[in-house]
Design a protein around this ligand. Structure first.
Ligand SMILES: Cc1cc2nc3c(=O)[nH]c(=O)nc-3n(C[C@H](O)[C@H](O)[C@H](O)COP(=O)(O)O)c2cc1C
Ligand code: SF4
Length: 655
């Protein structure tokens, strides 16, 4: 980058605190809570982002009441036992120059009784979109209990040294449902007119204003995407809460429409910016925007052109904690760019802790910092990494960090392995960024890279090294023999690599594995004018993807001119190209069209020969990582590559 980005690095005062810049680490589930308390994981995670230069950190939505719990890793904000661990976090964040807030919330309909052991709470007896259970409509005493919960939680964090709190009033949480007339049909003072529906929110804000908070902020959704407040109410609500708050953070979507809240790679950059702009037009309070704002020039421009006052980033800093510092020192080419794959969402919400598809440290900063690094026993030892896919590239980089002398041998003429295939799926080209990042890091390192170097088990080269990391990946299995299909068949991967290999006007694409190669092949063929019939085992493609991506992938496919056969499997295709399906509920169905070829997905099988050979020969210290252990995703490959280097270094240190 040639130009500095002044706008982003102009301090701003919110309430009683001044932030060093306009960059905010947005609230997001970290999956780090342990037994209801903030953990050492939180401490290391947030301290690392503060050291990376962010202006303000907002810890994730934290329950203010037992009925708000929906995860085993939730911090129980209402419990005074959180004060001591919170103090450690705020001290570390302050020491690194950032302001520390926590988002506090009652999840209402988004709570999960399996964790709260209570019915879900809502303004009226509506149905939970998550469990289907009908909610308990709050009594006025319980409403007071909720207000007290907000106050107790804010007080606990204040006593723990936090600078303030953000009220979560969107994403379908309780305060949001009170605002929403479709979920609030009470006939008392808390329902009906907009003044009544916002009464609880204002009571919470009034009560919080009795505390000496440094900053009191609020997160709101705009009317778009059903996230409330209603379009006609929005300005009234914003004006009513303005006297109480120091900033307004704007987002979209709900817990039930997460694909809008955490828009993935199929969502364009700045996809929610217009929502924030709408709020900015009607308020004098500083506004925080969110949603794929991680390209530095874009982030700077929305501050400089006055669209909003602060740039909110969640995933950009989950992926690269040093985003702010790198932008400030104009080293944007060093940024590990978030690709919006939402692996982090899946990790944090499935029992945590959070992780990132290609930052192997994310979510385990403390644990990794505590691992042994270079020792005199390992320094300078020679390591051979076999395989230049994501696992091998990451393993080589980490091994070098640990003081080892590393050679990386890749059989193909290029590095990247499965990343190239992932990036060849339409709409998922961003995967190339992972390959580019790792390759650039290798280019900057001392790692010796040998391309086109196939090392078979027993090759003499192995004897020149002190240890080996096996990262030989996996290969697509051949198509199984099929007497039932009498027309040409292709693997989805072959179509992704070269869609012109399949000749003909009409294709039958079988999608039955939840992955993206089948959908990708269908799209590539359709845009080339092939009439594509998709045979889908269920009703959705991409079942193995994070839930946010699944919905967006399916929306993308449904917008294409594809012919769908849901809940179907292929039984046979005769010589004339006529296909017979087994359709759930209907049995055998013969399609009218004649097909020219079939595209199928196949399982990948581990290239594990080298592991077996080293294991049985004995004598060589080695560690294995990624698909050669078991074919899985890039997240696993990169984590395991990193960890394999640590394991091997530890083993070499023992000799
Ligand atoms: C793993 C994860 C968990 C999230 N949890 C919360 C949350 O607790 N509260 C909230 O208001 N938003 C939450 N969000 C939404 C983010 O704050 C943010 O609005 C969204 O990710 C879009 O911004 P980004 O593109 O910078 O990631 C979460 C996002 C992620 C990725
Ligand atoms: S896991 Fe994916 S979406 Fe999440 S931070 Fe990393 S790159 Fe971004």
């Amino acid at each position: 980058m040639s130009e500095p980005i002044p706008g982003l690095f102009t301090p701003i005062t919110l309430g009683k605190r001044t932030l060093r810049n306009r960059i905010v680490f947005l609230p997001h589930a970290t999956g780090q809570g342990v037994q209801g308390l903030p953990s050492e994981g939180h401490l290391a995670y947030f301290a690392r982002r503060a050291e990376g230069g962010v202006g303000m950190i907002i810890q994730e939505a934290t329950p203010v009441h037992q009925a708000s719990l929906s995860r085993p890793t939730h911090v129980q904000g209402y419990d005074p036992r959180i004060i001591a661990p919170a103090r450690k976090i705020s001290d570390a964040v302050h020491k690194a120059g950032a302001v520390m807030l926590v988002q506090i919330s009652h999840r209402g309909l988004a709570a999960l009784p399996v964790f709260s052991r209570m019915p879900v709470w809502a303004p009226s007896p509506s149905r939970s979109p998550h469990t289907g259970e009908v909610a308990h409509a709050l009594t006025v005493s319980e409403i007071r209990e909720v207000v007290s919960g907000f106050v107790q939680t804010a007080r606990n964090f204040m006593d723990g040294g936090y600078d303030g709190v953000e009220i979560h009033a969107t994403h379908g949480h309780l305060l949001n449902s009170f605002l929403n007339p479709r979920l609030n049909w009470r006939s008392d003072a808390y329902g009906g007119s907009v003044e009544n529906r916002m009464r609880l929110l204002i009571e919470v804000l009034e009560a919080l204003r009795t505390l000496p908070l440094g900053i009191l902020g609020i997160r709101l959704g705009q009317p778009a995407w059903n996230t409330g407040p209603e379009a006609s109410d929005a300005a009234t609500i914003i004006h009513a809460l303005e006297p109480y708050v120091d900033y307004i953070s704007v987002t979209g979507g709900t817990q039930a429409t997460k694909h809008l809240n955490m828009g993935d790679m199929y969502s364009p950059p700045a996809y929610m910016l217009e929502l924030a702009r709408q709020v900015k037009r009607v308020t004098s309070r500083p506004v925080i925007a969110a949603g794929r704002l991680n390209e530095p020039l874009l982030a700077a421009s929305i501050i400089e052109n006055g669209s909003v006052d602060l740039v909110g980033l969640a995933r950009a800093l989950i992926c690269d904690p040093d985003w702010a510092r790198k932008v400030q020192r104009q080293a944007t080419s060093e940024i590990r760019h978030c690709i919006a794959c939402n692996t982090c969402v899946e990790r944090a919400e499935s029992g945590g802790p959070i992780g990132c598809i290609y930052n192997p440290r994310t979510g385990r900063e403390g644990e990794i910092a505590a691992r042994p690094t270079t020792t005199p026993a390992t320094a300078g030892k020679r390591v051979l990494v076999v395989g230049g896919g994501p696992a091998g590239m990451q393993a080589a980089l980490r091994a070098e960090e640990l003081g080892l002398r590393v050679t990386l041998a890749e059989a193909d003429p290029a590095l990247g392995g499965q990343l190239a295939l992932s990036a060849s799926v339409p709409g998922r080209e961003v995967f190339q960024r992972i390959a580019d990042f790792l390759q650039e890091a290798l280019a900057q390192s001392q790692v010796e890279v040998l391309l086109g170097k196939r090392l078979v088990p027993g090759a003499p080269e192995f004897s020149s090294y002190d240890g080996v990391i096996v990262a030989t990946g996996a290969a697509p299995a051949p198509l199984p023999d099929s007497a039932a299909t009498a027309i040409p068949r292709f693997r989805a991967e072959e179509i992704l690599r070269n869609p012109s290999i399949a000749k003909g006007k009409r294709a039958l694409v079988i999608i039955d594995d939840g992955m993206t190669s089948g959908p990708g092949a269908a799209e590539l063929l359709a845009v080339r004018g092939v009439e594509v019939h998709v045979v889908l085992a269920g009703s959705d493609a991409g079942g193995a993807l994070p839930i946010t991506n699944r919905r967006m992938l399916m929306d993308r496919l449904l917008a294409l001119p594809l012919r769908w056969h849901f809940h179907s499997t292929l039984l046979r295709v005769d010589k004339s190209g006529k296909a017979t399906l087994n359709v759930r509920g209907a049995g055998e169905v013969k399609l009218d069209s004649a097909f020219d070829f079939v595209v199928q997905t196949v399982q990948r099988s581990a290239n594990s020969d080298l592991i077996a050979a080293l294991d049985s020969a004995g004598g060589t210290k080695f560690a294995a990582a990624g698909d050669c252990v078991a074919p899985r995703n890039i997240y696993n490959a990169i984590r395991e590559g990193f960890d394999a280097a640590d394991r091997l270094a530890a083993a070499l240190g023992q000799t």
